[in-house]
Write a protein that binds this ligand. Structure first.
Ligand code: N01
Length: 545
């Protein structure tokens, strides 16, 4: 890409001996740092960027906004939530960036963060039971625990269009979008991809660009966000219950949300009652529609019924028949919500406008890229000044391909995962002692609200470290058997879901050449937490010494 990476620079190298190194200063890294400080550990975060916030530091593409509703997309730390006023129900990237600046002010995360420090290699030293870590800037760290909080979207995916490098306009991957923005006013903009990112970029740039071209391979089943302001008085009233909601309530639903899980299946209701339930979910917005009924993602007939409701709504919002058939076809092209739906505000109205062109790349694929635009198979040149690449990530495992991690007997993580991902509890890996990670493969990562997963995972990590310290132990390793059983559990839980039958990043198949495998734990947050917590008393599934 010729779009520059948000140039965050490199820090001067240091040499440190720590109890633990956390990698990444997003929600997980910050929460873990806070908790481990409280427990008296000597700890630092290595962060490639210049500020905390993780994806909310990096992702400043137009329209970037979170799809979890106030107040759950937040840290449960009282010093933070008592002193912060949210503005929007679904905050945008700027508001989230300000939130993290506030978090940094309150917790002084920066004091223990090595900014501009990208971890490259980590080697487990079997003679000392410590990790030796080396960073791109020359920083070297020795520590007992290596705690990866790199998130699931640390490796970008680019399309392999012929001639992409010859494009002379401005081109940028969504997650590299410059913090200062790119002026799209009056420009011919194009967006490739219709995932959560592509939808947000398209919806936003359509309002300013002279022309917008969206390359659509798979239509997104977008749900209304139903954005609103957070009333400051309401937030003050919410303070009475917020702690309970952030530390208890949000772990009671499958997706880590505050609204209850559905109790009924689609056909338990009469057509009238079903209509009323779906209308209510639509009116309230957010992801409610995805779980308005228990079997939306397990029964084909139930799924088709929800699609019928969705498609009627969407078709009514568009006047252009060709666009309507592409974005909301009568016949579903895949199970509704089998891929991650986007929350939208006026996406369909924007896409319906005459200055927006939708290219169906399934029937008319990209042929090649020229200096001034993209040529499709039908010979059309789509002229472009600014090209936004929203083709996603080598999600979950991709971030670990950047890192050279060597565990016991010289085995690397790349080799360990070559024929499929194996983990235990979605936080540890056999042969890689004292390595724990959050928000990665084999936990409810993609299927739940982020902070609702990473905080309890961080608590589990803290409990492991505390128990190891109390018992005077120095090495904890998942067993190969525990790992095999966990993979089988992941497979079993996922096989009941229609998501299992869809290609995309949930199954790793968005990247050509990747092994198809379920990457997420599909049992929901409550069962996941019960399972991981049950291992703590006796360190079930681990070898400890
Ligand atoms: O990435 P994606 P994303 N030619 O992989 C298309 C989180 N997130 O960055 O579906 C043409 O979902 C691909 O098409 P197809 C969220 O969890 C959250 O959008 O494979 N098209 C797809 O449409 C999300 O799920 C928020 O047929 C190509 C798109 O590119 C995750 O991050 C906001 C192509 C990629 O979609 C990832 O989202 C943003 C090609 N060669 C992201 N290759 C919020 O909370 C790929 N595509 C709001």
């Amino acid at each position: 890409t010729n779009g520059h990476a948000a140039s965050d620079g490199k820090a001067a190298p240091v040499e440190l001996e720590l109890d633990a190194l956390i990698v990444g200063a997003g929600f997980a890294g910050v929460y873990l740092l806070h908790r481990l400080r409280q427990e008296g550990y000597n700890i630092k975060i290595a962060e490639a960027g210049t500020a905390i916030g993780g994806v909310w530091h990096w992702n400043s593409y137009p329209g970037a906004r979170v799809d979890s509703q106030y107040p759950i997309y937040a840290l449960s730390i009282p010093e933070v939530y008592k002193t912060w006023q949210w503005k929007q129900q679904y905050p945008g990237q700027k508001e989230l960036k300000q939130y993290f600046e506030h978090v940094d002010k309150v917790l002084d995360v920066g004091r223990d963060t090595l900014f501009g420090t990208t971890v490259l290699t980590a080697v487990f030293d079997e003679s000392t039971d410590k990790w030796r870590i080396e960073c791109e800037n020359g920083t070297r760290i020795t520590c007992r625990y290596f705690l990866s909080c790199i998130g699931f979207a640390a490796k970008r995916h680019y399309p392999d269009f012929e001639g992409l490098d010859s494009f002379k306009g401005y081109m940028c991957h969504s997650s590299f979008w410059p913090h200062e923005g790119v002026d799209v006013k009056g420009k011919k903009v194009a967006v490739i991809g219709t995932g959560a990112t592509g939808i947000q970029i398209a919806q936003e740039t359509a309002k300013e660009a002279s022309h917008l071209t969206c390359f659509v391979r798979t239509p997104n089943h977008c749900i209304p966000m139903q954005q609103g302001h957070v009333d400051p008085e309401q937030q003050v009233r919410d303070l009475a219950t917020i702690h309970d909601r952030l530390t208890k309530k949000r772990f009671e639903s499958l997706g880590g949300m505050l609204y209850p899980d559905a109790a009924k299946n689609v056909f338990d209701d009469s057509p009238e009652d079903r209509r009323a339930t779906l209308e209510e979910a639509w009116r309230l917005g957010g992801f409610r529609l995805t779980s308005a009924y228990k079997d939306v993602l397990t029964s084909e007939a139930a799924n088709a019924e929800v699609y019928k409701f969705w498609v009627e709504k969407r078709r009514a919002q568009m006047t252009d028949p060709v666009k309507r058939d592409l974005l909301a076809p009568e016949e579903a092209v895949h199970f509704i919500f089998g891929k991650r739906p986007s929350l939208e505000q006026d996406y369909y109205e924007q896409m319906d406008k005459p200055h927006v062109t939708l290219v169906n790349v399934k029937t008319n694929p990209v042929s090649h890229v020229l200096s001034n635009g993209i040529v499709t198979a039908d010979g059309t040149l789509h002229e472009i000044d600014i090209l936004a690449i929203a083709t996603g990530f080598d999600a979950m495992v991709g971030g670990y391909k950047h890192l050279d991690i060597t565990g016991l007997h010289g085995e690397t993580l790349k080799t360990h995962w070559e024929k499929g991902v194996y983990t235990y509890l979605g936080m540890t890996v056999a042969n890689f002692p004292n390595l724990m990670y959050t928000y990665g493969p084999h936990s409810p990562t993609a299927y739940a609200n982020g902070p609702s997963i990473v905080e309890p995972q961080a608590e589990w990590i803290v409990s492991v470290m505390d128990k190891m310290r109390e018992e005077g132990k120095t090495r904890i390793t998942a067993t190969a058997e525990a790992e095999r059983e966990w993979k089988e559990e992941i497979r079993k839980l996922h096989s009941t879901s229609l998501r299992d039958r869809i290609d995309g990043w949930y199954n790793g198949t968005n990247i050509p050449g990747n092994v198809k495998q379920p990457l997420n734990y599909n049992g929901g947050i409550p069962l996941y937490l019960e399972t991981i917590r049950a291992t703590l008393e006796n360190f079930d599934g681990f070898e400890v010494k």
